[in-house]
Design a protein around this ligand. Structure first.
Ligand code: GTQ
Length: 347
């Protein structure tokens, strides 16, 4: 590829004249914005170990009352983007949130979509659009764009969850904002039970009015059962993976980020192809290693790591007799909608 002219090849007075008219020459930056062959992600393979993070999160509980935080969160920031950008990848934001017994994180709604993956503790709940969603370890709770949500805690020990938002993308789009609300009136609970049996959905055929987000809570107990059943019939070498879908459409449960759960059988190694979207891996149960672009991370329970787009990823169960369960968030729905989605199988 031809080497192009640089900015400092140009006379200073010419550059100043361009700047004064809000003009920029393309050619000194052409290779940076259109790199050959594949992107040059800022996103770096990065791992956040829960054992190291937890004491700092608990310290935040002592240092900052909930009234002074609204959401008491330590953000898992990718150094490749600069910590202050609070990004795990170009579109993914990750945060570990702490709620102490009796605390309330008040009702609000915002344009970014959020989900929570519950990491630790009992007795907390999120109320989403009037539905009370109890939090148990491994549950996935959606708070899609525009829906009111607040968190409360009736238990007696700290509760921690992982927040996954598309905040960096929505912020970049200059579309990010929040509205404050009032405490919600709880109108129901357990709507996910209507979808518990695959193949049937609530269907009063004379008044069909499926909600846009019919399922807000995906209990881990149910997802785990589905994975174990799948593992029995899936040929060895094929991934045991389920997607969190909208049970009305079968499509992704949210618009921008995709979510799935993966089981690694005892001793299993899974070489994933390089794909254009960035991805996040969070270990729900067991022990595993993740090799991302040649960097290997050892994952204990509640550890989280992220992979840039176009990076080959190899996941390995660290145990010979126990399965490992991984929660995955990725930018695939976004890439597919934009027509940018690519898979590159290893040569
Ligand atoms: O719990 O509503 O990590 O609004 C960042 C922004 C969590 C939340 C975050 C939020 C929330």
């Amino acid at each position: 590829m031809l080497e192009l002219g640089r900015l400092d090849d140009l006379p200073a007075d010419y550059r100043a004249a361009l700047g004064a008219q809000n003009l920029v020459p393309l050619w000194p930056s052409l290779r940076a914005v259109l790199p050959p062959g594949q992107p040059r992600p800022r996103t770096q393979p990065t791992c956040w170990h829960y054992e190291a993070l937890r004491p700092l999160l608990m310290q935040a509980g002592e240092l900052t009352p909930i009234e002074k935080a609204e959401r008491r969160v330590l953000v898992l920031a990718n150094p490749g983007h600069g910590l202050e950008k609070m990004q795990a990848s170009s579109a993914i934001y990750l945060g570990m949130q702490l709620l102490l017994p009796g605390e309330i994180a008040p009702s609000h709604r915002h344009t970014p979509n959020a989900v929570r993956m519950i990491v630790e503790g009992e007795g907390a709940y999120t109320t989403v659009d009037g539905e009370k969603c109890p939090m148990q370890r491994g549950d996935l709770i959606l708070t899609p764009t525009g829906l009111w949500h607040e968190h409360g805690h009736d238990g007696d020990a700290p509760v921690v969850w992982l927040d996954v938002l598309d905040l960096p993308l929505v912020y970049y789009m200059e579309a990010s904002y929040v509205e404050e609300g009032v405490p919600q009136t709880i109108s129901g609970e357990g709507s996910e039970r209507a979808y518990l049996r695959g193949g049937v959905a609530p269907s009063p055929i004379f008044s069909r009015n499926a909600p846009r987000y019919p399922m807000l809570r995906y209990p881990w107990a149910d997802v785990r059962v589905a994975l174990l059943a799948l593992a029995e019939r899936q040929p060895a070498g094929e991934a045991v993976q389920v997607a969190y879908v909208n049970p009305e459409t079968g499509g992704d449960c949210q618009n921008i980020l995709g979510f799935s759960a993966l089981m690694l059988r005892p001793g299993e190694t899974l070489a994933l192809p390089a794909r254009s979207p960035a991805a996040v891996f969070h270990l729900i149960e067991g022990a595993a290693t993740a090799e991302i672009d040649g960097k290997t991370f050892t994952l204990a329970e509640a550890d989280t790591c992220c992979a840039p787009g176009f990076a080959p990823v190899t996941l390995q169960n660290g145990s010979a007799d126990t399965p490992a369960f991984v929660f995955i968030a990725d930018e695939a729905p976004l890439h597919k909608k934009l027509g940018l989605y690519e898979v590159r199988h290893r040569g």
